[in-house]
Design a protein around this ligand. Structure first.
Ligand code: MLC
Ligand code: AMP
Length: 525
């Protein structure tokens, strides 16, 4: 029985548990947040100014209260957030978590079709929107509530079960349509504690946040990790100028390689004089990380010249959060490698037959690994494998090697040629092909990723026009195809180039030979 005064030691124990990422004692996702709200030091800075964390928390209470409307728990109900990055977004996310809901984050820049797909697939009926986005499309599918119109509250909420869902992130895979990866409260709690420890995040830090919030990197690896470590967060939309200016007051920056590449393209430009001056702010960062795609070593070295540190490269996935990381100490970071597994992440490298190998597919397991894709039993079953010892692993689909038994890991590429990475976004060539095939003028299509210094993979769509569409009045043009794709696909999935070809290279079985296609594209004059 709890007696008066017993609450304090209990709370203290939970704070101590929080210090141990692998601890499985009863802990709630929000323990770390509550701990730091009490101290009240952190600020969230956005386009509207600086917001004290206690105020954001009170707003989150009001949001949870409104969502619950008298009930005790949302029991995992999926609630969408359509918000401009900032304190209102954070309040919405925490409000959903306080009410035991599952957050489904929509990117405002997505076209209607992408929003509608996620809302229907996730079974969302309620949406929290920032006032500036109230008029946006797809609200016919879910009832919108304006976040800023919800009053703040002082009240406490009960804990939820550790295995309860907290987040659904849509990720493109080998199936043609994106899948909703379900992350539990425990997945997110453990992940934040692991990263706080590995990267030494404290309330003295300020994270410079310019990543999109509908993916693992921006949402959990960056934002939630910082908030749960009591750090302040400065949230902005990525432009090189804004980023370099805001580095002045930041201690941590987390980016994708394309952001680093764009930094130098802009600084090297004819108008880059003042940007080069702003570049001096990078010296003030105690930690700059790179992830979501391979960081070219030359790019990392360029950043070292600018800032004094080679970015800490780490490997992650929507389904697992960060799995492997280089060390925090500048001198220990190995260019071209992604480091070692985090404390609770177990890894194995397997050949095609599931035997241990020096080079092969990376398998991982541990408390930060997601349990399932939403309502996709087959895809979930295919993603996990049980080895000869009866141990279940998540198959990453990444080919890796290791520098010796104990050495750091190196990412060699994807096992599937149809998974591309553009600017840090994972794309399915099959998904893009399927959408382009809906165009009446398209007979055949093959989408490939061509290696590119800025984007990683530059998406190119090769099209064979349907008879009667290749010439004259009904001719399809790259511009028309691009306009068509833009209406249906997220901007980063829209091919950078559309190439009209008389035919596609195929094998005797009639299967398109993408390596031959890529070779033909790269040997163009
Ligand atoms: C923008 N464009 C892209 C693109 N981003 N095209 C392809 N791929 C992308 N990633 C398009 C725009 O629509 C525009 O098209 C043109 O390129 C120029 O846009 P821009 O203004 O120059 O782009 P910018 O705003 O600078 O965006 C670049 C970026 C952004 C790098 C900031 O792509 C981004 O935020 N990427 C982060 C992705 C991410 O968070 N991934 C994490 C996944 S989780 P047009 O037609 O208008 O000219 C994960 C786990 C882990 O991977 O380990 O982290
Ligand atoms: P996503 O599904 O968007 O979370 O993307 C996860 C994928 O991004 C991984 O499976 C890798 O292919 C890739 N990735 C993440 N970090 C790195 C890295 N540091 N180097 C190379 N690839 C990476």
């Amino acid at each position: 029985m709890l007696v008066a005064g017993a609450l304090d030691p209990f709370r203290r124990n939970r704070a101590e548990n929080w210090a141990n990422p692998s601890c499985t004692m009863s802990e709630d996702l929000l323990d770390a947040w509550n701990l730091h709200v009490g101290a009240g030091r952190a600020r969230i800075t956005d386009g509207r100014g600086a917001h004290a964390i206690v105020d954001v928390d009170a707003h989150a209470n009001g949001i949870a209260d409104a969502l619950l409307s008298g009930s005790q728990s949302l029991s995992g109900e999926r609630v969408a957030i359509l918000a401009t990055p900032g304190a209102a977004f954070v309040a919405a996310l925490l409000g959903i978590w306080k009410a035991h809901g599952t957050a489904v984050v929509l990117l405002p820049e997505h076209p209607h079709d992408e929003h509608a797909y996620a809302l229907v697939d996730a079974g969302v009926t309620r949406m929290l929107v920032t006032a500036d986005l109230k008029a946006m499309s797809a609200t016919e599918l879910a009832t919108p509530t304006v976040i800023e119109e919800i009053a703040t509250k002082r009240r406490a909420f009960a804990d939820a079960a550790q295995g309860a869902p907290a987040l659904m992130l849509y990720t493109s895979g080998t199936t043609s349509k994106p899948k909703g990866a379900v992350l539990t409260r425990e997945n997110i709690r453990v992940q934040a504690a692991l990263l706080r420890d590995a990267w030494g995040v404290t309330p003295d830090d300020t994270l410079l946040h310019a990543l999109p919030l509908h993916h693992m990197h921006g949402l959990a690896i960056a934002l939630v990790n910082a908030l749960f470590a009591g750090a302040s967060v400065h949230m902005l939309r990525f432009t090189v100028r804004e980023l370099l200016s805001a580095m002045k007051d930041a201690t941590i920056f987390m980016g994708v390689p394309t952001m680093y590449a764009k930094l130098f393209v802009a600084m090297d430009g004819v108008d880059g004089g003042d940007l080069r001056a702003l570049g001096a702010h990078a010296r003030g960062l105690r930690l700059a990380t790179s992830g979501s795609a391979a960081l070219p070593v030359t790019l990392g070295e360029r950043f070292r010249e600018l800032s004094g540190q080679f970015p800490l490269e780490r490997f992650g996935m929507t389904e697992i959060g960060v799995g492997l990381t280089n060390p925090l100490a500048h001198a220990g970071r190995r260019p071209g490698y992604v480091g070692h597994p985090l404390k609770t992440v177990e890894t194995a490298i397997k050949d095609d037959h599931g035997n241990d190998a020096l080079e092969g597919e990376l398998w991982v397991r541990g408390p930060s690994v997601f349990p399932r894709y939403h309502e996709r039993a087959e895809a979930t079953a295919a993603a996990f494998v049980t080895d000869a010892n009866g141990v279940t692993w998540f198959r990453t689909g990444d080919t890796v090697s290791r520098d010796g038994q104990e050495g750091p890991f190196k990412i060699l590429g994807r096992t599937s040629q149809d998974i591309l990475k553009s600017g840090g976004y994972k794309l399915s060539a099959l998904e893009i092909e399927e959408v382009l095939r809906e165009h009446p003028g398209v007979l055949e299509v093959a989408v490939v990723g061509m290696s590119d210094e800025i984007w990683g993979d530059r998406v190119v769509a090769c099209i064979v026009a349907r008879h009667g569409h290749g010439s004259g009045a009904t001719e399809i043009t790259p511009e028309a195809l691009r306009a068509f794709a833009k209406e249906k696909l997220a901007f980063y999935k829209v091919p950078k180039e559309f190439v009209l070809l008389p035919e596609l290279p195929k094998n005797t079985m009639g299967k398109v030979q993408k390596p031959a296609l890529k070779a033909a594209l790269s040997s163009r004059p």
